[in-house]
Ligand binder design. Sequence first.
Ligand SMILES: [Zn+2]
Length: 317
Amino acid sequence: MLVNMNDVLYPAKRNHYGVGLFNAVNLELARGIIGAAEATRSPVIMGTAEVLFPYGPLEEVSYYLIPMAKKANVPVVVHLDHGLRKETCLKALELGFTSIMYDCSTDSYEDNVRKVKEMADIAHSYGATIEGELGHVGDNEGSAEGSDQMADPSKFYTDPKMARDFVGKTGVDALAIAVGTAHGAYKLPPKLDFERIRTIANTVSVPLVLHGGSGLTNQDFKRAIAEGISKVNIFTDINIAAVEAEFKRFTNMNKGIIDLIPAAVEAVKQETEKKMRLFSSDGKAAFTKKDASSMNQAELEKLVELVTVQVKKALES
Ligand SMILES: [Zn+2]
């Protein structure tokens, strides 16, 4: 079922687990991600980012992401990650994305507040959610999100008091914070400022987002979630898993690309499932708050079907 970010992130924040955002710039990625969510009964956030449009244009991607999300038997948010221009965010909302991120983190604080507040009002009028970013998440070389290197990243870490002010003034539903991660594959092991995560989580009311999660250790993820992260963005790991599987699978030219597609879907599914278990979102599909009055017929039927299965299970045990 298609839901927005509040539907999946508030239950996550309350119950101390994380929900992954996985980018799906092609059908193999989307199928692997949804397959993993259904197999683990996990809520999931699936989407794309503005810098990934050359690999899958926003409009084309929306043609499969939204119907697949609606059809899924677990809650799926369709999210635009790192919308950089106002027009991009508006287009995503118009296409039916249920969530956007408007990234004005490199603007001045005042401009970040003003632009994100304006976009938050628009997103909410669509019934969609919005994520903002405060501080600056670094970029490793070759990252899908840019490549500006920073000598001292801690200068760009998110300030807790400023975070509270930002959330209050803009009305964002989720906040991406800079606490020592970087986008893309790491050259040096990242060092997370867990203390800062905890302080910000205790200072602001909205769920917190960790960007640049690929490459962290399992322990880092677990601790970041325990300290107050509710959404974790992952792309590099599933992106690489897909190609590794295709590379291994490729032995001869018997069938061409159709030989490789199932291998890529399966690899993405396996890698995504691993992350869902690590973030403890597995089994949490039923935690999602969804008002039955806002469901369409198909969603209602799906819900009845799910409840029936649960009741039968309970009666058998
Ligand atoms: Zn990011």
